[in-house]
Design a protein around this ligand. Sequence first.
Ligand SMILES: Nc1ncnc2c1ncn2[C@@H]1O[C@H](COP(=O)(O)OP(=O)(O)OP(=O)(O)O)[C@@H](O)[C@H]1O
Ligand SMILES: [Mg+2]
Length: 504
Amino acid sequence: MPEKILSAGLMGLKVQLVEVEADVGGGDLGLFSIVGLPDKAIFESKERVRSAIKSIGVQFHRRKIVVNLAPADFKKQGPGYDLPIAVSILSIHYDLAEDFEKAVFIGELSLNGDLRPVRGILSIVDYLKKIKIEKIYLPQQNSFEAKLIKGIKVFPVRNLKELFYHLKRKKMINELADFKVVFPKVDNFFDMKNIKGQRQAKRALEIAAAGSHNILLFGPPGSGKTILAKSLVSILPSLNLEESLEITKIYSIAGRLGQKSLIFKRPFRSPHHTSSSASILGGGAWPRPGEISLAHRGILFLDELPEFSRSVLENLRQPLEEGLVNICRTSNSVVFPARFMLVSAMNPCPCGYLGDKNKKCICSPGQLLNYQKKISGPISDRIDIFIEVPRVNFNNLIRRDLEESSIEIKKRVEKAKNIQLERFKSLNIFTNNEMNIEHLKKFCFLDKLTEQLLREVVDKLSLSARSYFRVLRVARTIADLAGNEEISFHDVAEALQYKAQLGN
Ligand SMILES: Nc1ncnc2c1ncn2[C@@H]1O[C@H](COP(=O)(O)OP(=O)(O)OP(=O)(O)O)[C@@H](O)[C@H]1O
Ligand SMILES: [Mg+2]
């Protein structure tokens, strides 16, 4: 008897349960059609399903077969419906032993019946558990990813034949056993101990890492901006399981998990300035996360910031503010998380030597204006920390003094992070940078003198209200690094100094 087979599809991170039902009609020898708003991949699925069913020695039905995918108004994309379609057709011929109301089937079939992995499994399984689905049959390569969600039975399937025997109770597939996630020790990418001097820049990076603040490094060519930015990952707080799962969902949808089942490291993404808007922000016919989402809970590094197109920079405004990106399409819109730390680097002018003690800047006033205009306004408003990276002179570069290692700096960062986690434990935010105005009122009390300093400098530099609050957040992080509950005059003064360094 034909059964309704459950499957699931994705639109962005949103999951939709899909019902697949095959029916046989009269006449039309061997005709096979699929209805329910299928995209091109599902038409191709007909060929794969037909061939996979033949490969296990089952003859296709001699009458017309119609497969319906419901609900019709959900746009079904991708090859993951092959497996439920094949099972629904098999259920026409055979009695299959399964409680089909509690089981979900997902997987792409190859012509010989083998199963191929599909994207987005982690988000799908997370949702299926919530709606009380009891088990899922999926490609073996996706099974460890699925098992990260506890409380749902995962059956790894290698090929259609194996599943067919299982459903006929001839030879059972074993459920994947529970395993404990062990975070491997993350290797130290680029240790700050290899960077000579640059004390102020390192201090600024430590503050940025502790509170997840946006930072811009500027200085002449070769001064070490790029290596400093790259070394930042080594002092970021370690990921917790919840954050790891959030990031893994995004990589799973992007089809970038590879052999891994869980992302353990904070992402560091550094798209080139010639990258397209879609690759940075996300997009495509079947919307995929862009670089800003792949950088979620990690770093988005924009080296040579003014070289990025104005439209890309403008489009970063919403994600920087809200921690997500809305990709609008004609038929629907998709939301991906994008809570990243923006780390950028630039020269102070096109020739690179503006303000240099030893080399003369050769830029015209017009060139200068154009260059700085690119990051003026909305983007510079959203950068919390501007820090100059001057050239380290040769003698200092070859000194044998020991620099502080990333492990030491990371310890302080983690301490400050734990203070934040404790402070925000009932608020669904993790870092100082995520505080809204209500939170700021509650957690960033200033005494009269400090408040007056802040107001005066904000007025003098014509900073926006947004900048005012950003300075407060950075001051909160500086106090947290020192382990102080109260924000002091000095904390605010230091935070103000970082906001006032470029173009002010
Ligand atoms: N403080 C430092 N300690 C050790 N090495 C350094 C330091 N500063 C620069 N270097 C060396 O100089 C090289 C150039 O540094 P980097 O590429 O980070 O410069 P940059 O400021 O990004 O330059 P550009 O503006 O041209 O992009 C690095 O590969 C690094 O080896
Ligand atoms: Mg560089």
